[in-house]
Ligand binder design. Sequence first.
Ligand code: ADP
Ligand code: ZN
Ligand code: ZN
Length: 876
Amino acid sequence: MTRYAEVAVFPHRVPLTKRVPAAYTYLVPDEWPTIEPGMLVLAPFGTQSDFDRLVSGIIVRGTTQKPDLQRIKPLDALLHSSPVISPAHLELARWLAETTVEPLSNCVRLFAPPGQSLHSDIEYALIERDVELPKFTKLQAELIELLHTRGPLRAGQINAAFGQRDWKKPIARLIDQGWVMLRQVLPAPSTHGKRIKLAAIAPSLESRLQPENAAIDLSKLQLGRTAETQQRRRSILAFLQDRHTALEVDWLLAETGGTAADLEFLEGKGLIEFRYREVLRDPLADKLFAPAEPPVLTEDQAHAWNEIQPQLALSTSSPVYLLFGITGSGKTEIYLRAVAEVLRQGKQAIVLVPEIALTPQTIRRFAARFPDRIAVWHSELSLNERYDTWRRVQLGEVDLVIGARSALFLPFAELGLIVIDEEHDSSYKQSDSGSLHDMPVRFPLYHARETAVELARLTNATVILGSATPSLEAWQRAQRGEYKLLTLSRRVLGHTQVIHAQEEQFHIAAKSYHPAEVESARYTDLPPVDIVDMRAELKSGNVHLFSRRLQQAMTDVLARGEQAILFMNRRGQSTFVMCRDCGEVVQCPRCDSPLTYHEPLDSGQSHGIAPTALICHMCNHHEPQPKVCPKCGSARIRYFGSGTQKIESELVNMFPGARPLRWDRDTTTGKGVHEMILQRFSEHQADVLVGTQMIAKGLDLPLVTLVGVISADTSLHMPDFRASERTFQLLTQVAGRAGRGLLGGRAIIQTYAPDHYAIETASQHDYATFVKKELTFRQATNYPPFTRLARLLVRDAKADRVKAEAEQVANELDAMLTKHGAPRGSIIGPAPCFFAKVRDEYRWQIVIRHSDPASVVKELKLGLNWRIDIDPLNLL
Ligand code: ADP
Ligand code: ZN
Ligand code: ZN
């Protein structure tokens, strides 16, 4: 019987004019074995049946029913004999497609082995057959010969061997006739550790290069078109030949003046080959952190653990716990226990942490307890590293992954536990950052928390959400009993042994602690937090960034040889440049958002930003600082507000002896820079760390006794209904950094809005009061968690067109909602976004309030310049 398969396909780049449907239907070749959903295949895609248009895809459904289509193309190759995506994961992909209103292909893609959409993963191999060869064309014979002598080759390698000649049509015929097959696809993962790439003379060439075999002359080899190119490539070969060993690629290129492309060429020609060497790193070198032996639990922890443990043992349910514990209350210890329990049962665990918190400190803590079978998953991994990790998980070599949100899609066979630390963090939501023009792949705009709960439901796993400042959504669900609330209310200073070790290392004596119920732990108090009214400072004549109280505190800390962290939630010298006479603010000509001023520091510290440049943080547009106001001509135009650089320079002026260290996005672009800065600070090579949001997370620094928030206001005045919640979370996290060390400490928050409830409650570490006020506000204004939202964002190069389109869709929506009997006020907008123009595109949005916004939005027929975000976290 004729078989058909619905396939989610993964084109490299979807043409802007084309919408990827839920799945394409293909014919299954007769000779194929039984097909199953989740199998990885190669399918023709695109208008021509051009050979180049083969893309990989995943079978989502098989059927014998003939689809209602004119022309059905056959699948090209089965790339792995068994499914690479489990039924539960496919089910989750369907759920994602449904709840995020995104084509199924884009959701299935999240689960596919990384890099599978790249052509280079496909190999052409000769099918050796014991029959007489038929008459081949010249090109076909050459191809057969090539594959015979060199073994299976990738497209790139054949390209190099064939130069300009078209080998694709002849090889297609060979495939049809059963002489060549496409194969691959899941190569074994490379072993652990970082790989260094080496190049060596290919063995086949090596034997011909022996001295007695003088016939091979490097100068006879065809190595490229220009003399210069040939010379470079020849010197690479000569150098390798000379050293008689595999050499590190970087060194080889530096020595010979060659390029990476030269090496690819030589490899394609079969003259050299690449090898890899492992460099093993030791992530466990630091002994300051949690002892590998689990500590005795404190009373609070034991209570929480006694709730969770019996549930973990049952694999018939999928409970969700909200572990609400102040910073430093020992939540991580609960995660570690839960992971240990799940691994003991032979199952696997995923621990999600905000990307920023994926520091060596966090990883080390987990690695110290589970040294062997752990892997890390984050955005800095290369495609190869991703693939290796994915494959190791699939092979069952990894039981625990600690990583960013997309770790949820790794192919664990028997998931037992998902932990989401800092559950409220906005990085758990996939955001839509690109513009229309750099959208090679669209991801569904999913939220890791919702996805984790659904995945757990499908696999009977347990979910633990942890936070000191739970999102209002999670909090409300816990109140309703959908999540089980567990509370840790006391701050643990640390393990007694670790405290002693620190006392010795830093030559200090722990100051403020209380004994815990258990001998092995000590409690401490949350730090006192002072609010400073900056309006009063101005009135009294202090125009500095630092209030008198903060100055005094800094002086004391520095005099005692301790450390301070100064926090500012914007980077750059200032937030904007404003004319004091007419109020004109200098804006980006492309984005209409304020440009940021960067003061030139000494050359070493300019971080690649031109001196005195204004920079747009949306599109990276640079321009010089204007000398006079472009509007009124006044010379009194200058920066306003303050950023990390300004803090740093004022700091140096005020405290000449203090050694500052700046940590923000400008200083942390490179790989590993975070770690370096953190390391320097924790080694006390600097006294004051000045930074943005980043420093609010993941740090544990014993000598820090003061945290200063320069201005709490910037985040408070964003046009977003979550501004108060964000401000509260941020301030609580930042203040929580203080007093975590042996020496205790305090926090000082400077603000122009000292009476705002978000600031007041944060200063008292009072989540309960904050959440009560905030929920009242949300209910009154009809915002989540009392309703749900969908954001429809439309982009266009033409301002009037985008407006017209937004208005038309809003009208359609209005009619639709009225028909459904939705109440007034269900549509907010249409309006230009806060960031109304980004990278030359105008942005408008419509926000819908509805209890099930996906069901409404699904019915709309929207163009490709629209983006749907269900339950958006960002409305700017
Ligand atoms: P959180 O995850 O809530 O921020 P942590 O788990 O990091 O809190 O705990 C704070 C500190 O207390 C850490 O140094 C941790 O090693 C230590 N700690 C946690 N629980 C215990 C315990 N039961 N006994 C001894 N030390 C503990
Ligand atoms: Zn002006
Ligand atoms: Zn811009």
